[in-house]
Design a protein around this ligand. Structure first.
Ligand code: PLP
Length: 397
């Protein structure tokens, strides 16, 4: 008799985005004249930039010829892309890796979920609250013990070091949902703590391209000692609008070790390579060529123009909410603005209030964890005209 993984029964229903859609649809149905503005979703806006479109076209043309056809590639990605990542993304910041320390993926989501395959089920896991739900759910599915690290304006959204020492720590900076980012000093504190305790940090850096503040590192490997305790997960999704194309990369440094049940030190890089070669057959060649084009001077220039628009939207939202006295956080190194609801309203009360009075959709913070109660998230991934109109309505209601 086939038995299920009973841990799945411990997952909380993931109703956040369906509930938002349901409530918005219900409102639109009863107010057919209303033009609802959506500042809830965390997805990018098209189109892809021209340099990427050209590369994708060329990759398709390659597949149309016998000479340049590509079938199976290396499971961890082609060396031309891994080298480009090292040379273009890391070397200018003084960080050096061998090609074999880079793994090409189909985006951050899969690797964030799969990396724990190489880690024991009894590891104790520390996760921030509020949080991007994937880290939490992945570890619930595996049945691990999870400790939550509260993040709030009081600790500047940088969690205090826990007394109960974890084995695995998830950090996300710039952060989804709070839109805040960790400084060099804050990240150094976590790297030192992880090294002292032989813990591993999984560092989700999906929003790196949004960093503007000089005191925020662009990679955890800018922090001394990080290559001995951290895996960094990156993605082209938010950098270059690849949410539908699917390509990303993960760095598993050769200097990273874990411990076997008999206390022996074991390098993590070969374990992850083995896992990738067994359970993954490589990223799409077309998506990889698109990723390569992102990592060029022209690719960066074109994508940063789009990101500048998102930053501009974030400024409009942040300043507009501040002008009516709301407490807002994030939105500087990130496309997300995290706002405290006024008058002690709950996240969902404020969601309904905003939908009904301004026809604006936000994301209730409580959907990202208990500490998110009393907050909402606004996303700047829309058109500037929509951000402007939404703020006008919120200010005038
Ligand atoms: N990490 C964070 C913090 C995210 O917000 C997202 C997507 O929204 C992801 C990872 C997943 O990104 P990808 O599209 O690369 O799978």
């Amino acid at each position: 008799m086939i038995q299920i993984n009973s841990n799945f029964q411990h997952l909380k229903p993931s109703y956040l985005f369906t509930e938002i859609v349901d409530r918005t649809r219900a409102y639109e149905k009863s107010h057919p004249e209303a033009k609802v503005l959506r500042l809830g979703v965390g997805d990018v806006r098209g189109p892809l930039v021209p340099v990427v479109i050209d590369a994708l076209h060329r990759a398709v043309d390659d597949l149309a010829t016998v000479e340049r056809f590509h079938g199976y590639g290396l499971e961890n990605g082609p060396s031309w892309l891994r080298r480009r990542i090292v040379d273009f993304d890391y070397a200018p910041r003084g960080i050096r890796f061998d090609d074999e320390e880079v793994f090409i993926s189909d985006g951050a989501g899969s690797d964030l979920g799969n990396l724990t395959d190489i880690l024991d089920l009894h590891n104790r896991v520390a996760i921030t609250d509020p949080v991007y739900p994937a880290y939490f759910d992945t570890n619930v599915m595996a049945g691990r013990t999870i400790d939550l690290l509260p993040c709030s304006p009081e600790n500047e959204f940088c969690p205090a070091l826990p007394e109960q020492v974890p084995d695995l720590i998830y950090l996300c900076s710039p952060n989804n949902p709070t839109g805040t980012a960790m400084t060099y000093k804050q990240l150094q504190m976590w790297v030192d703590y992880a090294r002292e305790n032989h813990a591993l940090i999984i560092f989700d850096n999906a929003y790196e391209a949004f960093i503007e503040s000089a005191d925020v590192p662009h990679s955890i490997y800018e922090i001394e000692g990080a290559r001995e305790c951290a895996i960094e997960v990156r993605s082209f999704s938010k950098t270059a609008g690849f949410t539908g194309v699917r390509c990303g990369y993960t760095i598993v440094p050769n200097a990273l070790y874990g411990y076997s049940s008999t206390g022996e030190r074991v390098a993590l890089n070969p374990l992850w390579l083995r896992r990738v070669c067994t359970k993954y057959n490589g990223t799409s060649y077309i998506a990889e060529r698109g990723g390569e084009a992102v990592l060029t001077d022209e690719g960066r220039r074109q994508n940063m123009e789009r990101i500048a628009e998102y930053h501009h939207n974030a400024d409009i939202i942040r300043q507009g909410l501040q002008e009516i006295g709301m407490q807002v956080y994030g939105g500087v190194d990130s496309p997300y603005i995290w706002a405290r609801t006024p008058d002690g309203m709950s996240s969902w009360e404020y969601f309904d209030y905003l939908l009904n009075t301004a026809q604006v959709v936000c994301t209730p913070g409580v959907g990202f964890g208990k500490q998110g109660e009393g907050f909402v998230r606004f996303s700047a991934f829309g058109l500037t005209a929509v951000a402007e109109e939404a703020i006008r309505r919120i200010q005038n209601k």
